[in-house]
Write a protein that binds this ligand. Structure first.
Ligand code: UDP
Length: 284
């Protein structure tokens, strides 16, 4: 008999979906959001988050000056950070990749096109990024699987939740591509949905700025960065953390997001090990 992951005889899946997240309660008291991210155990020792969903936008694959395409040096650096996290901290890492560096359904290149067709092109763009990242993470010494929401079995597995969880339990990085497989959605919403399905402790949203600001820091010198902010404030103030559908999904299901700067080396591990990096978005 072969299990859903095709790995031979296996005990029942020990999925963590629905399980209490580390640090959610300390000595019977509700942990602060920062405790949650620090994953402090009952003895007060810090332990890294166990399972995270890393959201990488298409821009994380390209050089800011070139604005588009894939820069192998950048992909290699991101891959090495992910591999270090898995190897050094034992954290289970799933990744949702965007495609904006190649194509978006709302790109000028899609002008006049049927939106659904344009969105399908955008979803295919995410698959290109996923394959580049897969190659780079494996070269960094960690096994991976790509799962796509649109079947293309010659190059990736179809998305199967239980199978994804099993891969994570075995220490493989799982890269989710092709978004949700449905037009009119984004990979931010995909990140929220997949994180909930696999029982991730948090979404780590890697960006090119070091957190969430009250105003665009590129345009306003006096913009202030939040250390933490609640979901409702993000929605009410129209802050560009993730799109509103993704924020609502996280808010409704109490799933924290950490927005952090991907450009600073070592930041992914810093977030997972509880250093106060970036902005924590959480339930009030
Ligand atoms: N997309 C989609 N459905 C999804 C996810 C993505 O139609 O579930 C399409 C959409 O056209 C989007 C493109 O894929 O513009 C690339 O995704 P996204 O814009 O989220 O990429 P990112 O901004 O993260 O690079």
């Amino acid at each position: 008999m072969v299990d859903a992951a095709g790995d031979g005889l296996l005990p029942p899946l020990a999925t963590r979906a629905g399980a209490e997240r580390p640090g959610a309660r300390l000595n019977g008291a509700r942990a602060t959001p920062r405790d949650l991210m620090e994953g402090t155990d009952a003895m007060g020792d810090r332990k890294p988050l166990q399972r995270v969903l890393l959201k990488l936008s298409g821009e994380a694959f390209s050089d800011a000056d070139v604005k588009g395409g894939i820069d192998p040096t950048i992909v290699r650096r991101v891959a090495e950070e992910v591999a270090a996290l898995v190897q050094n901290e034992g954290t289970e890492v799933a990744i949702v990749v965007g495609g904006g560096n190649i194509f978006r359904g709302t790109s000028p290149g899609a002008a006049g096109m049927d939106r659904s067709s344009a969105d399908h092109m955008g979803m295919l763009a995410t698959v290109i990024n996923a394959l580049a990242l897969q190659d780079a993470i494996e070269k960094a010494g960690v096994q991976t699987r790509v799962q796509t929401a649109i079947s293309m079995q010659e190059l990736a597995e179809p998305y199967i939740r239980r199978r994804a969880v099993r891969h994570l339990e075995k220490g493989r990085v799982v890269i989710f591509a092709a978004g949700l497989g449905a037009p009119y959605f984004t990979t931010d919403t995909t990140a929220a949905q997949r994180a909930l399905e696999i029982g991730a402790d948090a979404i780590l949203k890697g960006t090119k700025v070091d957190g969430v600001y009250d105003r665009d820091p590129a345009l306003h010198d006096d913009a202030t960065r939040y250390d933490e902010i609640d979901f409702m404030a993000v929605l009410n103030q129209g802050l560009r953390v993730m799109d509103a559908t993704a924020i609502s999904l996280c808010m409704d299901n109490d799933l924290p997001i950490v927005v952090f700067d991907m450009l600073t080396s070592g930041n992914i591990t810093r977030v997972v090990t509880g250093e106060p990096v970036g902005t924590l978005v959480h339930t009030a």
